[in-house]
Ligand binder design. Structure first.
Ligand code: FRU
Length: 496
């Protein structure tokens, strides 16, 4: 009898387990072409590095809850930046602290000695957050540690002599992003220190020296500086320009967390930006803590960015249970020039096109019903005085609108669906637009709980979460019908 019960229990348990696996990634609002963790909490993308055909994505993860807590590094890999394979947790907290954000590099010349010339190590550089010290109000609770992998990121060992960069007595001291500086043959680390970026250098990733600070009087200081990323790019004339991403929480252009950037020069010791203007990578409320891939092969040459698609204003409250929060589409950053000097364009990586198929065209005069709930709308419009306004809606009378005129882009999510989880969510978001041609391109990517809008190939970008009770499947052009030159809808395949 007892054996029988055990067998029954086992059968029931495995059926339940099967059920869980079957349901995974099918939940309401689960992103279908964006990365999200299999379960529980995520915030920042971490350790983005490419090796032997695999893009690694680590991420801030709390495996025991769907709200923020003791941080681990979750892990996934992809061969095309779109389809992800989930791997076991890579880095666990230890007696030195929780594992906060950081980066990863391939130590090709084995400068650290942690691998060999034949098998160079993958090295993760992250912040230890000592919550006991923090909670006791003691300074110096954040310091940098490293871990390494000799098997393509599958298993990790912590460096025995951590921390590699102790805290000199500062409150915020985190989010190391490391890049190889070819000219000086050294590693350079950008670190977030409350209201500025600290720059450190190292010959071997194991011991670090302070070089300089950047940030006073530059950009937005309406919040704490986090997650810097300092990297070189080449402009059209072959000049080397250094970009510096800095996330700032709060004070984003539409409230809460957002990511600003600088463009300038780096001589191996000091970063000098061309100006002190505030430029935002994205005017939406849901693109934070974004950084770029390390070790993209020279023959590819792209600067590939992924951000966390949420906002500290409400990230812990968004209406999902099984998992909470996701990443933006991977985007290519390129340099262009406008009247204010250099700017970044960012738009989805070309790999996404393989998941897209032409579905239908948009009629200017009549609303159209879509067959799909995952789609990309591509528009070409002539921007005339009356402006242009497009609405996406569902059968429950929920909608979002996108409006463009000569000076502004407006994304309205006040009636987008479930919004009552936070007072800060149901807002109209605006971005300055400077019309320099009548012809405007707009690309809108709609997933089950996010919308990303790219104007003129990523000159202006706005990423926002939305939680409609059913997908938006009706497209109406409310203003500027006469000026729609072309409107196409592409369906996007789910990646799971
Ligand atoms: C940014 C951030 C980082 C920190 C991490 C903790 O969103 O606050 O500065 O390392 O999240 O999870």
């Amino acid at each position: 009898m007892r054996l029988f019960s055990i067998i029954i229990l086992f059968a029931v348990l495995s059926a339940c387990n099967h059920q869980v696996v079957e349901n995974r990634f099918n939940e309401k609002h689960r992103p279908q072409f964006h990365f999200s963790p299999p379960s529980q909490w995520t915030n920042d993308p971490n350790g983005m590095v490419y090796l032997d055909g695999e893009y690694h994505l680590f991420y801030q993860h709390y495996p025991d809850s769907n709200v923020w807590g003791p941080m681990h590094w979750g892990h996934a890999i992809s061969t095309d930046l779109i389809h992800w394979e989930h791997l076991p947790i890579a880095i666990y907290p230890d007696s030195l602290g929780w594992i906060f954000s950081g980066s990863a590099v391939i130590d090709h010349n084995n400068t650290s000695g942690l691998g060999s010339e034949k098998n160079p190590p993958m090295v993760a550089i992250y912040t230890y957050h000592n919550h006991v010290m923090h909670d006791a109000g003691q300074n110096g609770f954040q310091y940098q540690g490293i871990a390494y992998s000799l098997d393509k990121g599958r298993t990790w060992a912590k460096y025995e002599k951590n921390p590699v960069l102790p805290n000199p007595g500062l409150w915020d001291f985190r989010d190391p992003k490391v890049v190889w500086h070819e000219a000086s043959q050294r590693w350079i680390m950008a670190l977030a220190i409350t209201d500025h970026v600290g720059i450190y250098s190292s010959k071997d990733l194991l011991s670090w020296e302070y070089e300089s600070d950047f940030g006073e009087g530059a950009g937005s200081h309406n919040g704490v500086w986090e997650c810097p990323d300092l990297f070189p790019l080449t402009d059209d004339e072959g000049n080397e320009i250094w970009g510096l991403l800095v996330s700032v929480n709060a004070g984003g252009p539409n409230g809460g967390s957002a990511t600003q950037y600088f463009l300038g020069e780096f001589d191996g010791e000091t970063y000098t930006s061309f100006d002190t203007l505030t430029r935002w990578i994205d005017y939406g409320c849901d693109n934070y803590a974004g950084v770029t891939y390390s070790d993209i092969p020279a023959e590819d040459g792209r600067r590939i960015f992924i951000g966390w698609m949420s906002n500290w204003d409400y990230a812990n409250q968004v209406p999902t249970e099984v998992w909470r929060n996701a990443m933006t589409l991977p985007r290519t950053l390129t340099l262009t020039k406008n009247e204010n000097g250099y700017i970044f364009h960012n738009k989805p990586v070309d790999e996404l096109k393989k998941s897209e198929a032409y579905a239908q065209s948009i009629e200017a005069e009549e609303a159209i019903e879509l067959n799909d709930s995952l789609y990309h709308i591509q528009l070409e419009i002539e921007l005339e005085e009356e402006g242009f306004l497009l609405e996406l809606s569902n059968a429950s009378n929920e909608n979002v609108t996108f409006e463009l005129n000569d000076t502004l882009f407006l994304f309205d999510r006040t009636n987008s669906g479930i919004t009552d989880f936070s007072e800060k969510f149901d807002k109209l978001h605006t971005a300055p637009y400077s019309k320099n041609s009548e012809n405007v391109k707009m690309d809108i990517y709609v997933d089950l709980s996010s919308i990303e809008v790219f104007i003129n190939d990523g000159e202006l970008v706005l990423t926002d979460l939305v939680f409609p009770t059913t997908p938006y499947q009706k497209v109406s052009i409310i203003k500027g019908q006469k000026h729609l030159k072309k409107g196409d809808v592409y369906s996007i395949q789910t990646i799971w």
